[in-house]
Write a protein that binds this ligand. Structure first.
Ligand code: PEP
Ligand code: MG
Length: 768
């Protein structure tokens, strides 16, 4: 067996072992066995970067925890210091060799070691030794180096290893933020049924098994429809469509007949189901396309759902209605898991593998449940554990101290009180101290999130993301369906501007029913490119938008990901056509203002070329930061590098504001910059007077606007432009916000209660 093939198994087993001492023991034992060496030892960086021997197969147990090497000592120190592997015969002859009494190292004639590096820091060293004087082969050396690199991501820190008794150490696990907010509750695992672990069985009575299969399908279909009804009062039309997509899968002929065929071939019902579901899941997984993951999640979930219904478990475990708040945790939390709990019991949602575009995440947003997605598998989260879901920061805290929990509760109640204190601003205009008016709008994408914006006093919708209704359906919504949706949105904001963006799919926003296979989807067929190439879809959408605003003048159309003049020209032609068609059909429609999102860096220098084709621009600071910095905005591993206060982003946004001013092109910002008070100070300093943000932030941003005047904001902008990096920029602005008494300066509860271990090992890229 090739060594490298053993790698995933070792990593997976290590990742699933919760106790740090057992974890490191398991690692060294497996490596010793697979590499057929006499000794395998693992050192972890302790205080002052000393290397502490935490596990060894082959060296005496007495040495564990006692053998410590300074970074300047011995061959282990050399590997840590140089960040470089070593592979030696007769290590005792090496000038850096250091002899340790009593651990028997003198018996070994060869030595190989590789460093464990995480986030740029050396967190340990993995070493192997042999009695024979033989160097590691190149395959063995490659194995050791690769293993060390991957182990660095799953191995616990020395401090945890030390403190791990019965109680596991506190851990922060990073993921991707879904619906914002903080929730504290008891873990309810929703994937403890595993269809894929079913042992194959034979079928004695084929006919009875097929009948049982049909009965099972009917029962689960009925359950799904009950769940949809149960959530009725919370659900908007487009989220209800998620349940319809589930129903469609349950009625899919290839699923139904596939299981029948397997039963006819001699399998019992569970193993027939396993085989068919596995087949579909494998198909999607093998394609390795991000957009298909959503489908893969649904299929796996439905498989488990059917299996658990077959075992009669769903009814056997009713929810304890009186009990504590619950946090749903699962590999992929399913929509039906959410629906099976009363809304008031649900404090949060954590999905190990899901993405912000998964159905569960979309439903959580609609219901206002804090959600963190894609935290990976490096730390098991067990049924019954108490956890904190900090969806504002995109992290989960396991075993947090009472002090940390208290701090989160304190902030939550402050937040609540603050909302009350700022309520009086709701109907007041946002006017700066020097009398300059600022327009504050909200971002939206679901019917369910229309009212928070209205309640916060929004002056319109600055960005309506139309892709969400497209993503939760089983196929493209018809013109009538879209008309109904858009009319609801425009009616809710009657008289106020609504900036509707045409479909922005592709990249990180997959349509499950319209697969796009690309090597590099972030740079591929997305946004306006996709729309123009599918011009009949675009025509349908534009017609629905125009019809929704017929007789009114609320609609503004926003084009995503524009990078070339030709795209604006082509869109203009389609819009003119749509207007003409609808007029010919007798409708009173006018050509609405059209604007381009400025989110592809190429847009910045072309604004003058585009002026004749557009009426306004809106800065999409999320994608603009992503593309300027070459940092995937959804990848927790590089989250530290994604910052809209990076000097490059600040300077480019200023350049856009200046060009727009010179071209008399109205400009707004609809990316997250508008929700970040520090960035808002700079945007106001640049002269930007229209901001579209998430509704929860609006009252505070209005407070801020009313405290500033243009000169003060310009001063802060100048200071930021003189700063060396984003840290300095943010620090300066934070100090400024504190000085002017900005309400609820976003603090991190952990900062207030001392150290808690951050688990950077969980930097799983989002599984979309
Ligand atoms: C943006 O990129 O800043 C933006 C508002 O668009 P989205 O987040 O939907 O990509
Ligand atoms: Mg964008």
């Amino acid at each position: 067996m090739e060594l490298i093939l053993e790698l995933p198994r070792i990593i997976q087993t290590a990742a699933e072992t919760q106790n740090p001492a057992a974890q490191v023991r398991l690692i060294v034992d497996s490596i010793q066995r697979e590499m057929n060496v006499d000794v395998c030892s693992l050192y972890l960086a302790g205080d002052d970067n000393d290397m502490v021997l935490v596990a060894s197969h082959g060296l005496g147990d007495r040495a564990i925890g006692r053998t410590r090497l300074r970074a300047s000592e011995g061959l282990i120190g050399l590997v840590a210091r140089s960040r470089h592997p070593v592979n030696l015969v007769d290590p005792a002859q090496h000038p850096e060799f250091r002899f340790f009494e009593g651990i028997g190292e003198e018996d070994f004639r060869s030595f190989g070691a590789a460093p464990l590096v995480r986030g740029g820091d050396i967190v340990g060293v993995l070493a192997v030794q042999c009695r024979e004087p033989r160097p590691l082969s190149s395959e063995e050396e490659a194995f050791l180096v690769t293993l060390a690199a991957q182990l660095a991501l799953v191995v616990a820190n020395w401090s945890d290893w030390q403190t791990a008794g019965d109680a596991a150490p506190p851990v922060v696990i990073r993921g991707v933020a879904g619906a914002p907010g903080v929730g504290i509750g008891i873990v309810r695992r929703c994937d403890d049924v595993d269809l894929f672990a079913v042992v194959d069985g034979a079928c004695a009575d084929t006919e009875a098994a097929v009948a049982e299969w049909h009965e099972l399908l009917r029962a689960v279909q009925a359950e799904v429809s009950d769940e949809k009804d149960m959530l009725g009062e919370y659900l908007s039309g487009e989220v209800a469509a998620i349940f319809d997509a589930y129903q469609m899968l349950l009625a899919d002929p290839s699923l139904v007949s596939g299981v029948e065929r397997e039963i006819a071939g001699g399998r019992d019902l569970p193993s027939a189901l396993k085989s068919v579901v596995q087949h579909f899941a494998d198909l999607f997984m093998a394609m390795d396309d991000p957009y298909l993951r959503t489908r893969h999640e649904d299929i796996r979930h439905l498989g488990n759902r059917l299996y658990s219904a077959w075992r009669g478990e769903r009814d056997a475990a009713p929810v304890d209605i009186e009990g504590e708040p619950l946090v749903l945790v699962g590999n992929q939390v399913g929509v039906s898991d959410i629906a099976s709990l009363p809304r008031e019991r649900l404090a949060g949602l954590v999905s190990l593998e899901g993405s912000i575009m998964s159905h569960a995440s979309i439903l959580a947003s609609a219901l206002g449940i804090p959600a963190v997605l894609g935290i990976g598998h490096s730390r098991p989260i067990n049924q019954g554990e108490r956890i904190i879901v900090d969806a504002n920061a995109g992290q989960v805290l396991v075993n947090a101290s009472a002090a940390v929990e208290q701090e989160y509760l304190r902030l939550a109640s402050e937040e609540h009180a603050l909302r009350g204190r700022l309520a009086h601003l709701r109907d007041k205009p946002a006017v700066m101290r020097d009398g300059e008016r600022v327009n504050l709008l909200v971002n939206s994408g679901l019917l369910a999130d229309l009212s928070p914006g209205l309640d916060a006093g929004a002056e319109g919708i600055g960005l309506y993301r139309t892709e969400i209704p497209f993503m939760v359906r089983a196929g493209f919504p018809s013109e009538e369906e879209q008309l109904h949706l858009y009319r609801n949105v425009i009616d809710a904001y009657r008289g106020k501007p609504v900036y509707m963006r045409v479909l922005d799919v592709g990249g990180d926003k997959p349509l499950p029913y319209f697969p796009i296979r690309e090597e590099n989807p972030a740079l591929g067929w997305r946004g306006i490119r996709f729309c123009l190439d599918n011009s009949s879809l675009l025509m349908t959408q534009v017609r629905a938008m125009l019809r929704a605003d017929a007789g009114g003048d609320c609609l503004r159309i926003l084009l995503p990901m524009v990078s070339a003049t030709g795209e604006l020209v082509r869109f203009g032609g389609i819009l003119d056509d749509a207007v003409q068609q609808l007029r010919a059909e007798g409708l009173n429609v006018t050509r609405p203002p059209v604007g381009a999102m400025v989110e592809v860096p190429a847009a910045i220098s072309q604004l003058a070329l585009w002026r004749a084709h557009i009426d306004f621009i809106s800065i999409g600071s999320n994608d603009l930061s992503q593309y300027l910095l070459a940092v995937d905005r959804n990848n927790p591993r590089v989250a530290g590098a994604y910052d809209h206060l990076n000097p490059a982003v600040v300077r480019e946004v200023q350049r856009i504001a200046e060009s727009a001013g010179a071209l008399e092109l109205p400009v707004s910002v609809c990316g997250e910059m508008s929700s970040d008070p520090a960035a808002v100070v700079l945007l106001l300093g640049m002269g930007i007077r229209t901001l579209s943000m998430n509704a929860a932030r609006l009252p505070r941003i209005k407070w801020l606007v009313c405290r500033l005047d243009a000169d003060l904001a310009k001063d802060r902008l100048q200071a930021a432009l003189a700063a060396a990096d984003s840290t300095q920029i943010r620090r300066g602005l934070q100090t400024f916000l504190e000085e002017i008494g900005y309400p609820g300066a976003e603090s991190n509860p952990q900062d207030n209660v001392g150290q808690i271990k951050e688990d950077s090992t969980t930097s799983t890229p989002r599984a979309s």
